[in-house]
Design a protein around this ligand. Structure first.
Ligand SMILES: [Zn+2]
Ligand SMILES: [Zn+2]
Length: 326
């Protein structure tokens, strides 16, 4: 029984002074609740308690002034960025949110864990909100539209508002069938904490076994976890914010989505956002060979070794709608 249910059962909530503000926010946080019915609440208020983890993660990056740097720590941060970026783009986005290919239950779980390690909550929460974004793109009910709610809201603040904290279960019934995914979603801080501990252990090992590497547990924690995670977080968030503001529009979609090569470079191909909004059902988002889409190339390679299959193509009728021509 979770804390909130216990308090309700024992009438602690009713008999005590009603919980408000940060205490209520903490209680719901501990409950990790979800919404079974469509949420249309148009709330654009920052829940300050939920800004605390973001602030802590950002401030932890300043630890670099104490721990310094080494090629191995920066290299690990680099790898941790791209591996987790691929888990987010290839699986959280193109698989869990849009089902653009098929895979086995084991591979699905593996990439759900890797995506969870990106500290962007669980796969059901991520996909539930993303499906909502496609259904309400740039309308007032879109949870992260820079056009409707401004840049900072669309980039980061939307995550801290109370209606956006629970998992939108009504949007992800297909994924909720898997208890292992629900577990990851419910306890979405376990994997990130394990990653942080693993980074510290790796740094300690390298530092003692190979002193010439010039690294340490704390240095590896700062680079491999904090800096890598924060850069990854903002890289991903640019697709919610900047890719609805800057770039070219190939398709006349109802929203303000844009194609932007710079965003494609930092997000492994997600910057072809106008393509994606026009036809979200394809495994590729760069619709032409010159639209750099490494997530698609990696998915293609995984299909050659049988780890994924049935990558959905871009239909010919979509190319026919291209107003800019090939
Ligand atoms: Zn979008
Ligand atoms: Zn999408």
């Amino acid at each position: 029984m979770d804390l909130l249910t216990f308090m309700e059962h024992t009438n602690i909530v009713d008999n005590a002074r009603p919980l408000k503000g940060w205490r209520l926010a903490l209680l719901h946080w501990s409950k990790g609740d979800h919404n079974d019915d469509e949420v249309t609440e148009d709330c654009h208020q920052v829940d300050w308690v939920r800004l605390v983890p973001f602030a802590v993660l950002h401030l932890s990056c300043l630890g670099v002034f104490w721990v310094g740097w080494s090629p191995v720590a920066v290299g690990v941060a680099f790898v941790a960025y791209w591996v987790r970026m691929f888990a987010i783009t290839g699986f959280y986005h193109r698989y869990f949110s849009h089902r653009t290919f098929k895979t086995s239950r084991a591979v699905q779980f593996l990439f759900a864990v890797l995506g969870n390690a990106a500290v962007q909550r669980g796969p059901l929460w991520w996909a539930g909100h993303h499906r909502h974004h496609h259904r309400h793109s740039d309308a007032a009910s879109d949870v992260h539209s820079p056009k409707a709610h401004g840049f900072w809201w669309s980039h980061i603040l939307w995550i801290t508002s109370r209606p956006n904290f629970p998992t939108r279960l009504y949007n992800v019934r297909d994924l909720a069938r898997f208890p292992e995914l629900r577990f990851l979603d419910r306890f979405d801080t376990i994997v990130p904490i394990l990653l942080a501990v693993a980074m510290y252990a790796l740094g300690e090992y390298c530092g003692s076994r190979f002193p010439e590497s010039g690294t340490s547990g704390w240095q590896m924690l700062v680079w491999g976890f904090f800096i890598s995670t924060i850069v990854l977080f903002h890289g991903t968030c640019t697709i919610n914010s900047l890719s609805h503001l800057f770039g070219r529009r190939r398709f006349a979609t109802q929203d303000h989505s844009r194609n932007n090569i710079w965003l494609a470079l930092i997000t492994m191909g997600e910057g072809w956002h106008n393509n994606h909004h026009y036809y979200p059902g394809a495994a590729r988002q760069g619709f032409y060979w010159w639209e750099f889409d490494p997530t698609y190339y990696l998915l293609k390679m995984l299909s050659w070794i049988g780890l994924v299959r049935d990558l959905r193509p871009v239909p010919k009728r979509v190319y026919d709608q291209d107003v800019s021509g090939p």
